[in-house]
Design a protein around this ligand. Structure first.
Ligand code: C2E
Ligand code: MG
Ligand code: MG
Ligand code: MG
Length: 285
């Protein structure tokens, strides 16, 4: 086409890009019906106490059992759900599923795991969030102390408006819910905010575990870096969880660093809720 400056530009048709757009469009069109049909399900991944080797929590991770495309992972549809606001009803639906499941686990062991549910920015900004969460706890009968909410640091710390969200978190924390910062160390991270946040824990992003091989630094440097990250959390009285624990070596390094909780393929992949029924509370090592 001809631009205002008179030069001719070519708009290249990119079939791959077009197919992606169409596919995204179809997925987002499928979504509201999928929610009604119960196609969004949860799998759970162990959060293991690094001192005792026992299960302390289970993180709920969403999957979409799509009739035509198989099992879809959240990276393929959570962004779309956020763009269309469906994340708000979807998020509450998932929260309720997770809380019901946690109540079932409570009936199986005297040391029941807490359930940890991811919240996206859009949900955190929804004015109804606190009331919705309180209503779910009420309907399911789950004690607030048995619920953890995971929120990424970039969701909380928005330079344009943070006071509202911190107040929202404070209200949730006052109810007794554990709040943890997910993927800590990757987002837009203004450390000066950290002491002011009403949170219970930090989840170190798995890239922070990659260590000496990845960073090309001597092992003692990588180990000391990790230990200091853990101390950063502990200095604020926070529980420190490491995600992406894939090997016994990771576990060893985390124990030396003093981390509290581990999560990753070494301890177990995400699985259907029933898979945990006869294995509570562990050991998981
Ligand atoms: P996340 O909350 O940081 O979850 C951890 C992700 O790492 C999960 O991917 C998990 O399967 C994967 N993972 C666990 N252990 C290991 C490991 O040892 N190595 C490696 N390489 N990966 C591991 P998943 O289930 O695909 O979830 C991706 C992201 O989608 C989550 O990251 C979370 O941000 C988001 N998400 C998942 N479920 C929900 C949900 O119900 N609501 C919202 N809003 N977001 C969700
Ligand atoms: Mg998470
Ligand atoms: Mg995470
Ligand atoms: Mg992550």
């Amino acid at each position: 086409w001809v631009k205002a400056d008179g030069k001719v530009r070519w708009l290249v048709f990119d079939p791959a890009r077009n197919a992606r757009e169409v596919s995204r469009y179809r997925l987002s069109a499928d979504m509201p019906g999928a929610l009604d049909r119960g196609e969004f399900i949860l799998v759970y991944q162990p959060l293991v106490n690094l001192d005792t080797g026992l299960l302390e929590g289970l993180e709920a991770l969403v999957r979409w059992r799509h009739p035509g495309r198989g099992l879809l992972s959240p990276d393929e549809f959570i962004g779309l759900a956020e763009d269309t606001s469906l994340i708000v009803p979807l998020g509450i639906h998932l929260l309720e599923q997770a809380c019901r499941q946690a109540v079932r686990w409570q009936q199986l062991t005297k040391d029941p795991p807490y359930v940890s549910v991811n919240l996206s920015v859009r949900q955190l900004r929804s004015p109804a969030l606190v009331a919705d969460v309180a209503a779910v706890l009420d309907r399911t009968g789950l004690a607030p102390e048995q619920l953890q909410l995971e929120i990424t640091e970039s969701a909380i710390i928005d330079p344009d408006d943070d006071t509202n969200l911190i107040a929202t978190l404070q209200t949730l924390a006052d109810l007794g819910i554990r709040i943890t910062i997910d993927d800590f160390g990757t987002g837009y991270s203004n450390l000066a905010y950290l002491p002011t946040l009403p949170v219970h824990g930090l989840k170190l992003d798995r890239t922070l575990l990659l260590g000496p091989d990845r960073w090309k630094v001597p092992e003692p440097v990588a180990d000391s870096f990790l230990a200091n990250l853990v101390s950063l959390g502990h200095s604020l009285g926070l529980n420190v969880t490491a995600e992406g624990v894939e090997t016994a070596e990771h576990v060893r390094r985390l124990r030396v660093a003093g981390a509290d909780t581990g999560q990753g393929w070494y301890f177990g992949r995400p699985e259907y809720a029933e898979q945990f029924a006869d294995r509570l509370p562990g050991p998981w090592t």
